[in-house]
Ligand binder design. Structure first.
Ligand code: NAD
Ligand code: UDP
Length: 306
């Protein structure tokens, strides 16, 4: 290939550097569900400064309220489709609505966020020499023809469907990441996250976040699958929720939405080997945590039997 500069040699000191050095870290989409848990983890290290850039489309200041006013924390209302000038050492690039309801609401905006937003963050990484991590998704596998999915699978994605703004948007984002890596020597990391749930929603007790921090500070570019290989059908999920919330309710069957993958399950061999990461929370326990959080937020007490 004909790159002007070879990719940098990964430094084995990087991981320990994360714990020792004073790093200024940008988290785009840091007011969202995964981003706010990530910010909590990053702020635990007293040497780090954290800057969040978020347009509050699906995220909220409330998720970050415990950090607002903290001397090591800064919150910027910013849309990543616009250029951003800050000086940072690491960029966790999460900005993008993750739930189909939201990303289908304005599909053109979703694809701009994925493509122009990622381009801008790569331009920023290039200018300041920062390492950048992209939170990609299992949706890049589309409606998979291989099961379970390893990172080597190229996917089966409809390029013109109603989900394409997200699926294809993330695929282009991954392409941009690798092109900036090969062409400009940018240090990149890509996580492919599988559906994640929980309080705020709670993300497997914060474990996806551990995976992201390990990936950022390790030596492997990825892509690396982060997800739970425990498989269940939607009916099993519904029955579990019913039993937990209210055994009286009836489960209704409805048409699936277009292009929704029929079956998906991550192969996480690579995450285990490279990051020493695997999820720990089983569905039943995760649902209990989520129920408590949702009841509190919606102020709906649990009915106790008399
Ligand atoms: P979320 O919707 O809670 O968070 C996304 C955040 O990005 C929000 O705070 C939102 O306001 C912000 N945002 C959206 N568009 C923006 C823009 N143009 N400029 C600036 N900020 C913008 O979603 P999440 O579940 O926390 O997901 C975070 C990342 O992880 C996303 O990139 C998503 O694609 C990826 N991911 C999530 C899951 C999951 O199951 N939650 C699965 C796979 C991948
Ligand atoms: N960019 C940014 N912040 C920076 C540097 C660049 O947002 O600190 C944006 C810039 O506006 C451009 C994109 O990143 O749209 C890509 O930048 P790059 O330098 O790779 O490309 P060029 O500006 O040469 O097209």
């Amino acid at each position: 290939h004909t790159t002007s500069r070879p990719p940098p040699t990964p430094s084995p000191l990087r991981f320990s550097k994360f714990f020792q050095a004073n790093l200024r870290i940008l988290v785009t989409g840091g007011a969202g569900f995964i981003g706010s848990h990530l910010v909590d983890k990053l702020m635990e290290n007293e040497k780090h400064e954290v800057i969040v850039a978020d347009n509050f489309f699906t995220g909220s200041k409330d998720n970050l309220k415990k950090w607002i006013g903290h001397p090591r924390f800064e919150l910027i209302r910013h849309d990543v489709t616009q250029p951003l000038l800050v000086e940072v050492d690491q960029i966790y690039h999460l900005a993008c609505p993750a739930s189909p309801i939201f990303y289908k609401h304005n599909p053109v905006k979703t694809i701009k966020t994925n493509v122009i937003g990622t381009l801008n963050m790569l331009g920023l990484a290039k200018r300041v020499g920062a390492r950048i991590l992209l939170t990609s998704t299992s949706e890049v596998y589309g409606d998979p023809l291989e099961h379970p999915q390893t990172e080597a699978y190229w996917g089966n994605v409809n390029p013109i469907g109603v989900r394409s703004c997200y699926d294809e948007g993330k695929r282009v984002a991954e392409t941009l990441m690798f092109d900036y890596h090969r062409q400009h020597g940018i240090e990149i990391r890509i996580a492919r996250i599988f559906n994640t749930y929980g309080p705020r929603m709670n993300i497997d007790d914060g474990r996806v976040v551990d995976g992201l921090i390990k990936l950022m500070n390790g030596n492997n570019t990825g892509p690396i699958n982060l997800g739970n290989p425990g498989e269940f059908t939607m009916l099993e999920l519904a029955e579990n929720v019913k039993e937990l919330i209210n055994p009286e309710v009836t489960v209704m069957m409805t048409e699936n939405t277009p292009d929704d993958p029929r079956q998906r399950k991550p192969d996480i061999t690579k995450a285990k080997e490279v990051l020493g990461w695997e999820p720990k929370v089983v569905l039943r326990d995760g649902l209990v945590l989520m129920e408590g959080d949702f009841r509190e937020r919606l102020a709906v007490p649990k009915k106790t039997k008399a």
